[in-house]
Design a binder for this molecule. Structure first.
Ligand code: ZN
Length: 294
């Protein structure tokens, strides 16, 4: 692993099932961008939410990545083993008065939380309760490497958001921010379905005095029904026996020059790295799987 690299990227699947075409595209995009920049590429399994996960999925994902010659650097980080780090971050936020407990029920809470529990005296919040981050920043903006300038009014768009859930599970937002800093991630390359998570993560990183990485959001893959490919929409796992074609399809989806003549997977990956051009990625939030460019 090249720890002197000034590019450290990651692929961070949640193990709800094996990789389908949409998650393979995410692996390919983050891998290619890291390798093209002589960077490090880390693998993090986001196994934060056991009821929604499959026990066999991490091994399947690892197997699929290896079959597609998407080889990561260093050890795999499992979020299920990182609870102490998330607890420490929550403690810091609580001690600085930046987070507070909330016992509101989901049923009575609008999508943007109105701050009901913000100023409740300590000890008057019922149990079980969640923890929310106080959001006081008017504007968050980034220059996305693919989508260009993005701006959010965090308070209005998101409000005080949950960082630890009522069922005692840490929220995705907190875990991602803590782990990106822990792994020294400099570049987050992920699907545009996560674009709306970005301002909250930037804000949270600021509250924790952690660095903010660069962001690249590529279009997500839509299935025939027009929904994002996912386990919920019964997306088929990518087959290890068809790795060469799967990689070619992924590169094509990402607007890249596809090494059509390559039949050996190692050569295909090397060529794809050499050809990788982030500017060729379509500047769109989503693209139907078989209708690219339409
Ligand atoms: Zn509340």
């Amino acid at each position: 692993m090249n720890l002197t690299s000034n590019y450290i990227g990651r692929f961070a699947p949640s193990p709800s099932g094996p990789l389908h075409f949409g998650s393979l595209v995410a692996a390919v995009a983050s891998f290619m961008d890291a390798r093209r920049n002589d960077g490090t590429w880390l693998l993090r399994i986001e196994d934060l939410d056991p009821p929604r996960e499959s026990i066999s999925a991490p091994a399947r994902i690892i197997d699929q990545l290896n079959a597609h010659h998407l080889h990561w650097d260093g050890d795999i980080l499992y979020q299920s083993l990182r609870q102490d780090a998330y607890s420490a971050a929550l403690d810091r936020l609580m001690q600085s008065g930046l987070a507070y407990p909330c016992d509101c029920t989901r049923k009575n809470t609008p999508a943007v939380y109105p701050g009901t529990c913000r100023d409740k005296p300590p000890g008057t919040v019922g149990k079980p309760h969640a923890f929310r981050l106080r959001v006081d920043t008017p504007m968050i903006s980034i220059e996305d490497h693919i989508l260009g300038p993005q701006q959010w009014q965090l308070g209005k768009d998101m409000g005080d958001f949950i960082i630890k859930r009522k069922d005692a599970l840490f929220a995705y937002q907190l875990a991602v921010v803590v782990d990106d800093a822990f792994q020294h991630i400099t570049h987050v390359v992920r699907g545009a379905d996560l674009l709306e998570s970005t301002p909250g993560q930037i804000y949270l990183a600021g509250r924790l005095n952690l660095p903010v990485p660069h962001y690249l959001h590529f279009p997500v893959v839509l299935g025939d029904s027009g929904d994002k490919l996912s386990k919920q929409t019964h997306a088929a796992p990518v087959s290890n026996h068809d790795a060469v074609n799967n990689l070619k399809h992924s590169l094509g989806f990402l607007g890249q020059q596809v090494p059509h003549r390559a039949t050996e997977i190692g050569k295909l990956v090397d060529e794809a790295i050499a050809n990788w051009n982030v500017n060729a990625i379509p500047k769109r939030l989503a693209i139907a799987q078989f209708l690219r460019g339409s």
